[in-house]
Design a protein around this ligand. Structure first.
Ligand code: COA
Length: 458
């Protein structure tokens, strides 16, 4: 089972595009600062392979005319801060082939080959100003099928913006015209502007900005060094429609105010993951634990951000509790904790987070990987976790002109203990969900068992 990389080049915008420095918002430069890995699989195209490669490249050059920041590079300014230089340096495009057949990947998502189909690079050896913001890898399988791996900078874009770019690229590749340009001006999230207001939460930073304080450590340990080094395993857990409904019913039973909208799939599944993790990690009842949530703020701002805002329109927030509380309380109670945290994210909250960050001399401690200092960032492993939703992202149905993908999945590069991702199953119509889970090896089997068993319990 071998993947051979044959060639690599930089694909640049087809026309001259604006050049200069684009200020990034504080939300771009904090939280996840690495690249996001994802791969799409396709069956054999009806046209000659050289035509496929040629069409992918030419349509990419056209698409980059509107999405030119993706062809730029980052530059470090000061205090861990970065700017995006729009210089048309290009997107890395690698051609590869493999001796594997698509049919050999019967369970695509768990197959060890996945990470070889997604381009990547070593952050420690690559100067920041040389890191492409988007790396692509087209791999041809021996059966004629192919895959397209993406490695896209989370400093440049969030999930919704990435998918906007891919959607436009597929349209151009199919011969349709380039749509309206993305909204590139990050000033709507106050990029480049000084801190503006006295934040309403200034006097209680710890409580309101839990995401900027170190997460709890295990009782008896003064830091997370031990937990960080433990070997991890990754598993894709499938929740059928029936199991999702059961969980949701369980979450919503005994709701005091029946007029409220019930808990959502995300809230119910996240609460269930948190309860399960607390059960199987063998914590003391008084163990503090927190869960990181990632919130799309496009509709939470006043006025709402333009729908096609291109950048990071997300903010991380934290829900906290103790293991004893989480294990003994109902699913509905845990859902309420999650809902309360999500609901506090409004225009004023986001602006105060931005101001809090603007007032920091050095923001690198709020980055998951400090690209400038090459240090590790916050760790949400045992006793904590992070649960990201891809449930509302339109991540399926990408047709470059030779048919829609047969499978899509996240790569596992950089996944850490406590990382969870909830995504819709690719067979959208069946209502099932996939929970991509990364945990310490010694916890994984127990997690899987308790995760499914406790849904069935009354
Ligand atoms: N398409 C389809 N369904 C949508 C939708 C969309 N664009 N937007 C919302 N919905 C549905 C949800 O699926 C949910 O339905 P469900 O109860 O059947 O699951 C319902 O409308 C309510 O959605 P929402 O208000 O978003 O609540 P939630 O609990 O599902 O999710 C958040 C809460 C905070 C996770 C979500 O609002 C959010 O911000 N997601 C961020 C996603 C993201 O950007 N991820 C990538 C990060 S890079």
């Amino acid at each position: 089972m071998k993947v051979t990389k044959n060639s690599s080049c930089m694909v640049k915008p087809a026309e001259r595009t604006w050049s200069g420095r684009l200020s990034l918002s504080e939300l771009d430069q904090t939280g996840m600062t690495t690249h996001v890995p994802i791969v799409y699989f396709y069956t054999q195209p009806s046209v000659n392979w050289n035509n496929v490669i040629q069409k992918l490249k030419t349509s990419l050059t056209t698409t980059l005319v509107n999405f030119y920041p993706l062809a730029g590079r980052l530059v470090s300014i000061s205090g861990g801060r970065l700017e995006l230089i729009c210089n048309g340096a290009g997107v890395q495009f690698t051609e590869a082939n493999t001796d594997v057949r698509l049919a050999d990947l019967d369970n695509f998502s768990d197959h060890p080959i996945i990470d070889q189909l997604i381009p990547s690079f070593d952050y420690r050896r690559t100067p920041i100003e040389e890191m492409p913001l988007l790396l692509l890898q087209v791999t041809r399988f021996v059966c004629g099928g192919w895959s397209l791996g993406f490695f896209i900078s989370h400093i440049a874009v969030d999930g919704q913006s990435s998918l906007h770019f891919i959607t436009e690229w597929t349209k151009v590749c199919r011969g349709e015209p380039l749509g309206p340009p993305p909204y590139l001006d990050r000033k709507v999230l106050r990029a480049g502007a000084p801190a503006m207001m006295t934040t309403r939460f200034n006097n209680n930073v710890e409580q309101h900005y839990a995401q900027f304080s170190p997460p709890p450590t295990l009782i008896g340990q003064s830091n997370n060094e031990n937990e960080r080094r433990k070997e991890t395993a990754i598993t894709m857990l499938k929740l059928t429609d029936t199991l999702v409904t059961k969980l949701r019913n369980k979450a919503n039973e005994n709701r005091k105010n029946k007029a409220d909208r019930g808990f959502t799939r995300y809230e119910a599944v996240t609460a269930h993951i948190w309860q399960t993790a607390c059960k199987i990690r063998n914590h003391e009842p008084e163990q503090k634990t927190s869960v990181g949530l990632c919130i799309d703020l496009r509709h939470r701002m006043n006025p709402p951000l333009p729908e096609n805002y291109f950048g990071n329109a997300i903010v991380d927030v934290i829900t906290k509790g103790t293991s004893g509380e989480l294990v003994s309380e109902t699913l509905g109670y845990v859902c309420s904790k999650i809902r309360d945290t999500i609901e506090k994210v409004d225009d004023q909250f986001v602006n105060s987070v931005i101001d809090f960050l603007k007032n920091q001399e050095d923001i690198s401690k709020f980055q998951d990987l400090q690209l400038v200092n090459d240090c590790e960032g916050a760790f949400y492993g045992n006793p904590n976790l992070g649960v990201i939703s891809w449930l509302t992202l339109s991540m399926y149905g990408f047709d470059f002109g030779w048919g829609k993908e047969i499978f899509t999945g996240p790569g596992t590069i950089d996944a850490e203990d406590g990382d969870f991702l909830i995504l819709p199953s690719r067979r959208e119509e069946d209502g099932s969900l996939i929970v991509a889970s990364c945990l310490q090896v010694k916890h994984m089997e127990d997690f899987k068992r308790v995760f499914f068993q406790s849904i069935e319990e009354d």
